[in-house]
Design a protein around this ligand. Structure first.
Ligand SMILES: [Zn+2]
Length: 371
């Protein structure tokens, strides 16, 4: 009896030794992915986590030439083992960079596809679209193709067909019901205001920007839509071959990456974006582009009346942080037009340039009617 007990103890001891030699004290407990603007975190299934974890442990680490900014969109992978928690960031799932030592590991195609499975899920559950260049969208969404448009802010959606356009897509609501939804999104009033939308086609979700004004030719029978409207994407151009700042802003917003878009901008571009924010009546963008002081509340209130704001000129004044702008806008409600000169001060904030709301607020208070 004693011998049986002894053998059992030896076996248990042996099993323990083998177990720890295989898994060490560094067994994976959990692995999870966090994505920019993705609500919550996504935990990998145990066997998937194990595949990635083993590769991270066994494959050679390469020195990573670090950039000052994270690539976008980025993902964060957290591996929680018994010994430690390791953090990796990546833009492409084939290359993970260890944040602690700034070294990266290239994963095999098999592991990459394991990670890709989770990225697809993140992508599917996110309200945001992917940033795709117009050249690519032009092929994914050819003339006569049908697709769904989802308005980011309201979540309302309707179907459209692309009928024309070569520098961007000219589309029309498919049916009378689709036009009703389109109108509801614009609160019943045709408008040139751009809105952040996501175009869904063949499983793709693409960040886009639309305007709310039917114009030009319309050819779908009975859709109750007098013309077409424009749908813009990254680097798409207007009919007059310009890149439209407001459309581009909305594209980035539709991708959930507005802060990234603002990050690299020059002071002059920021002035332009800050004025566009007023014209777009976009509070989120106002908060991101102006210095937060009491005058910003004045802009937030008044901008609801601004429509068709044009920047006639924008030049740097003697002092290098002041821009002189000439702007014109239409005031909703009164129907008045205003054209005013304003000096705009730009300061460098923690994350980039910021615009002072003070002079713009003053000009709005003292504005003189044109006609
Ligand atoms: Zn167009």
């Amino acid at each position: 009896m004693k011998r049986v007990l002894l053998i059992m103890l030896i076996l248990i001891g042996l099993f323990f030794v083998i177990w720890t030699s295989i898994f060490g004290n560094n067994r994976l407990i959990a692995m999870e992915i966090t994505a920019l603007k993705y609500p919550g975190r996504l935990e990998l299934q145990e066997k998937d986590g194990q595949i990635i974890f083993e590769e991270l442990r066994d494959r050679a680490e390469l020195n990573y030439r670090s950039d000052s900014t994270f690539p976008t969109p980025w993902y964060l992978l957290k591996a929680i083992s018994e010994k430690e928690s390791l953090y990796y960031f990546f833009a492409q799932p084939s290359k993970l960079t260890n944040i602690q030592n700034n070294k990266s590991v290239e994963l095999t195609p098999d592991s990459t596809s394991v990670l890709n499975k989770y990225l697809e899920k993140i992508h599917k559950d996110s309200p945001f679209g992917q940033i795709k260049n117009w050249d690519e969208v032009n092929k994914l969404f050819p003339r006569m193709a049908k697709a769904k448009i989802v308005d980011l802010e309201t979540g309302l959606s309707f179907r459209v067909q692309r009928r024309a356009g070569s520098l961007h897509a000219d589309v029309q609501p498919l049916t009378r019901e689709d036009t009703e939804v389109f109108k509801a999104i614009y609160q019943g009033r045709w408008s040139w205001k751009r809105r952040a939308v996501v175009l869904e086609i063949d499983g793709h979700k693409i960040a886009a920007s639309m305007n709310g004004m039917p114009h030009g030719q319309g050819a779908i029978q009975g859709n109750n839509f007098p013309g077409h409207f424009c749908l813009h994407f990254l680097n798409s151009q207007t009919h007059s071959k310009n890149i439209d700042v407001a459309h581009q802003l909305m594209v980035w917003k539709a991708a959930g990456l507005i802060e990234d878009y603002l990050e690299g901008k020059t002071d002059k571009e920021m002035v332009e974006i800050a004025l566009t924010a007023l014209n777009q009546n976009d509070p989120q963008l106002v908060i991101l582009t102006y210095v937060l002081n009491k005058n910003i509340t004045y802009l937030l209130n008044y901008m609801e009346k601004i429509s068709g704001l044009k920047i006639h000129s924008l030049t740097r004044e003697g002092a290098d942080n002041i821009y002189s702008a000439e702007i014109e806008w239409y005031e909703l409600g009164t129907g008045s037009n205003y054209r005013e000169k304003v000096d705009i001060t730009v300061t460098r904030g923690e994350f980039g340039f910021l615009i002072s709301p003070d002079q713009i607020a003053e000009v709005i208070v003292n504005k003189r009617k044109l006609h």
